[in-house]
Design a protein around this ligand. Structure first.
Ligand code: ZN
Length: 272
């Protein structure tokens, strides 16, 4: 059977990133919640000292409400949200962060480069309502780690999609078994040759770090890349005797990363 080797991204895909009419969420590990709209998703990691939100969908009260509703639905307490960790400075990830600051006084994390990029090169330059609208508390960089309670998020500098994009590796658990999850922060390659080279170098670097950390869980912040909506639906309905679909194994993670190479080669072919 011939299967797609890359996601189909159309103008509708881009439009759908702003569709706040519909959300879905699932607790995909004992300590990890995913909340998605049609194209973009975020994660909530539970620690012994509170919750860490990773990415924030879109600057919309509806996105914020959906994340909070998801947290409540799985029995966690939104009052314990302590941190908002961002992968990169695009509006579909910086999202509804300002509401987390207003309501829960969270500390926010992003690279200094992408903090400036977010301010100076907005994703939608003609739409002020999508511009940078909150401050970053902590500028993080390659080799840093973010610790709260029993969890540590390892930070990797993976420029390419944006100049200061970050990717993360962190532990998740199910039935007391610990897995290592990897989130490649900036999904698609940029549209310049130099940019694609940087993106591919970042991918090599991140895959090397993922191998060191024995990553066996593949996460994405865009649902079109990883059958995200289907994985969420499966996880919601999953029986106790069925496998966790996010656990792909170390070899599976390497295979999954091939999609980022395939997309890069496509861009290079178009540019040549
Ligand atoms: Zn982006």
């Amino acid at each position: 059977m011939k299967r797609l080797n890359k996601p189909i991204v159309t103008k509708e895909t881009i439009r759908n990133m702003e569709d706040m009419s519909w959300f879905i969420h699932a607790r995909i590990f004992d300590d990890l919640l995913i909340v998605a709209q049609k194209e973009t998703n975020c994660f909530v990691l539970k620690t012994t000292e509170g919750l860490i939100v990773i990415d924030a969908i879109w600057p919309s009260q509806k996105a914020f409400d959906a994340i909070i509703d998801g947290i409540k639905d799985v029995g966690w307490n939104p009052e314990t949200i302590k941190k908002l960790v961002l992968t990169h400075g695009h509006v579909d990830h910086t999202g509804c962060g300002k509401w987390f600051i207003e309501k829960y006084h969270v500390d926010t994390y992003l690279s200094e480069t992408d903090d400036k990029f977010w301010e100076q090169c907005p994703t939608k330059p003609d739409r002020p309502e999508t511009w940078k609208d909150y401050d970053i508390t902590v500028h993080i960089k390659d080799g840093d780690s973010i610790t709260l309670g029993d969890k540590t998020i390892y930070v990797y500098n993976t420029p390419g999609h944006t100049p200061g994009g970050l990717s993360y590796i962190f532990p998740v658990t199910e039935n007391n078994k610990v897995y290592m999850a990897a989130l490649w922060g900036g999904t698609t390659p940029p549209r310049t040759g130099r940019g694609v080279v940087q993106y591919l170098k970042s991918l090599d670097y991140f895959m090397e770090k993922a191998a060191d950390k024995k990553v066996d869980v593949a996460l994405s912040n865009h649902t079109s890349v990883d059958n995200g909506l289907e994985r969420i639906r499966y996880s919601k309905a999953r029986m106790s005797y069925m496998p966790n679909i996010y656990v792909v194994g170390q070899e599976g993670f390497r295979k999954y990363c091939q999609v980022f190479r395939t997309m890069s080669y496509d861009v290079l072919e178009e540019l040549l």
